[in-house]
Design a binder for this molecule. Structure first.
Ligand SMILES: NC(=O)c1ccc[n+]([C@@H]2O[C@H](COP(=O)([O-])OP(=O)(O)OC[C@H]3O[C@@H](n4cnc5c(N)ncnc54)[C@H](OP(=O)(O)O)[C@@H]3O)[C@@H](O)[C@H]2O)c1
Length: 252
């Protein structure tokens, strides 16, 4: 049975991906910093998995159940990423959706340097740590999450835009280095997930305004992104690629 580790699987796109993969009969391990968030996600997944079976290799800090395994780990801490993969003999695919946007939205002069460091450590260095410690254990693919702001920065998310741009360069490099393991990124447009709660803005107004401009005429859903991840993971001829799932945002 195909097994997948989803770092960031406790909410938003990662949680939707876990649901999608469980429905496709795969085994999933969801990873995040909050044990409480993961426990809630596991409960939700088990409820919707309608009796799915299986578990990914357990690690010391893991809580394994019949349907899904949870592991608490911070992607920016090497010892935690190393422990996550050291406990796994082999894994088919790894997906990374982890990011914390708290305090990141606003003009550069207002963003704390510690916040900027944290964004880079999570999205760029964290991705690199995953590649470093998954190498030799992952057999199929690594898929990371970039974002529309790498292409359409709006003056309020500059450091996140830079992190996403760097992440995409990392993906290209890793796809050469880790071959034949495939390495890709999915780049979402605006998607209604809990990450917006950390931005301190009028989400509904912003969504409404953007939806009018997008060729897709709507904001994205976590399931839109989950389907893209599933497709990239499952297609053995996609490597070194950024798949844009943004309702046409880049060209609107
Ligand atoms: N939503 C959008 O509109 C949008 C648009 C473009 C790109 N993106 C990107 O899409 C990805 C997924 O975001 P989302 O919208 O699904 O947000 P989300 O619901 O906030 O999910 C992010 C997940 O990452 C986990 N996480 C955060 N920091 C972590 C860390 N240091 N180590 C391990 N796990 C960590 C969080 O759980 P814990 O807090 O428990 O760790 C959370 O479950 C992010 O990379 C984001 O930048 C989102």
């Amino acid at each position: 049975m195909t097994n997948v580790i989803i770092i960031g699987g406790g909410s938003g796109m990662g949680l939707a991906l876990a649901r999608t993969l469980l429905a496709e009969g795969m085994e999933v391990t969801i990873v995040g910093r909050s044990a409480e968030r993961l426990a809630g996600a596991r409960k939700e997944l088990e409820a919707s998995a309608s009796g799915g079976q299986g578990k990914v290799a357990a690690v010391a800090t893991a809580t394994a159940t019949t349907a899904v395994t949870t592991v608490t780990a911070d992607i920016s801490r090497e010892e935690e990423v190393a422990a996550l993969f050291a406990a796994v003999e082999q894994v088919d695919h790894v997906a990374v959706t982890a990011a914390d946007a708290t305090g990141v939205y606003g003009p550069t002069t207002d963003v704390a340097t510690a916040t900027a460091r944290s964004v880079l450590e999570t999205k760029v260095l964290g991705a690199w740590l995953v590649a470093k410690h998954a190498a030799g254990r992952v057999t199929g693919s690594l898929t990371f999450t970039s974002g529309i702001n790498a292409y359409r920065p709006n003056g309020s998310n500059t450091i996140m835009a830079a992190a996403n741009g760097a992440l995409e360069s990392l993906v290209y490099g890793l796809s050469i280095e880790l071959a034949p393991v495939r390495v890709n990124a999915v780049s979402p447009g605006w998607v209604d997930t809990p990450i917006w709660d950390a931005l301190g803005m009028d989400k509904e107004a912003a969504f409404g305004e953007l939806a009018q401009r997008l060729p897709a005429r709507r904001i994205g859903t976590p399931d839109d992104i989950a389907k893209a991840f599933s497709s990239v993971m499952g297609n053995g001829y996609i490597s070194g690629t950024v798949l844009h799932v943004d309702g046409g945002h880049r060209i609107s």
